[in-house]
Design a binder for this molecule. Structure first.
Ligand code: CDP
Ligand code: CDP
Length: 221
């Protein structure tokens, strides 16, 4: 078995979790899993069925009628619903707006957790509660942070959108995700506000390779 086991990256939206996880996974030659895609897929199933996403029983009932599969393919995770590829449809404003409501339900969290725990380690994984709840025994845990303003600027760089609207959406999602956003007590926290993607990756790789970086990194330690 690869000596890294499970490596977790948690943090709020646009803190850089998936970009950092992808790059690190490439360097240490591990598959990377994006847990948020399963929440997004559950949301797409609910959206297509036009059900009330605040109704946990209704969400679970529609999920039970579909087969959702996450393939941690090397070129990027692929998600299928009943065999149909839906990966491209998971990052829309509509899914963004509904996903936190779906992810709030304990039954949905169990549904996602079960799927993630069935993936054979070693792998790198990103999410909100990977190190704290789903993989408490992970070998390495990282928690990335950045201010809402910096995160909104990053998102605007990715999708043509208005900065104020994106910032408001990020703040709204932070508030709705707050319960899941508590870092594991043994996670290495990295404030990425003033760091480039490459710099964050370097800090993480140093840690993984055993170069001592004591305590938190960046402003909030
Ligand atoms: O990339 P971004 O942080 O914007 O989103 P994501 O990782 O794809 O996650 C989408 C949503 O799924 C989050 O806003 C959370 O509501 C939920 N989520 C969660 O609750 N727990 C996770 N481990 C991952 C995602
Ligand atoms: O997965 P999460 O929502 O946390 O973030 P992401 O999807 O990786 O998006 C973060 C964006 O900010 C990407 O476009 C990165 O290139 C950029 N970025 C970063 O991730 N980390 C930095 N330190 C600086 C920029």
């Amino acid at each position: 078995m690869n000596r890294y086991g499970v490596v977790t990256f948690d943090g709020p939206a646009a803190s850089g979790k998936s970009s950092v996880a992808q790059r690190v996974a490439q360097v240490v030659d591990l598959p990377v899993v994006s847990s948020g895609l399963l929440y997004r897929a559950a949301t797409l199933v609910a959206e297509r069925a036009s059900i009330d996403v605040d109704d946990a029983a209704a969400v679970m009932a529609v999920l039970a009628g579909h087969h959702v599969d996450l393939d941690p393919a090397p070129g990027g995770n692929r998600v299928t619903i009943d065999g149909d590829e839906v990966t491209e449809a998971l990052h829309t404003d509509e899914v963004d707006a509904l996903v936190s409501a779906v992810a709030r339900h304990d039954a949905v969290r169990d549904w996602v957790g079960e799927r993630l725990r069935s993936i054979r380690p070693p792998f790198v994984i990103d999410g909100r509660d990977m190190g704290s709840v789903v993989f408490p025994d992970a070998t390495h845990k990282f928690y990335l942070t950045a201010s809402p303003e910096v995160r909104a600027l990053r998102r605007v760089g990715e999708r043509a959108a208005d900065l104020e609207r994106v910032a408001a959406a990020i703040r709204r999602r932070d508030a709705l995700d707050a319960k899941q956003l508590r870092p594991a007590s043994d996670a290495v926290r990295i404030d990425t506000d003033a760091l480039s993607l490459d710099e964050v990756v370097t800090v993480v790789l140093d840690r993984l390779r055993g170069t001592p970086t004591v305590g938190s990194v960046g402003r909030d330690g």
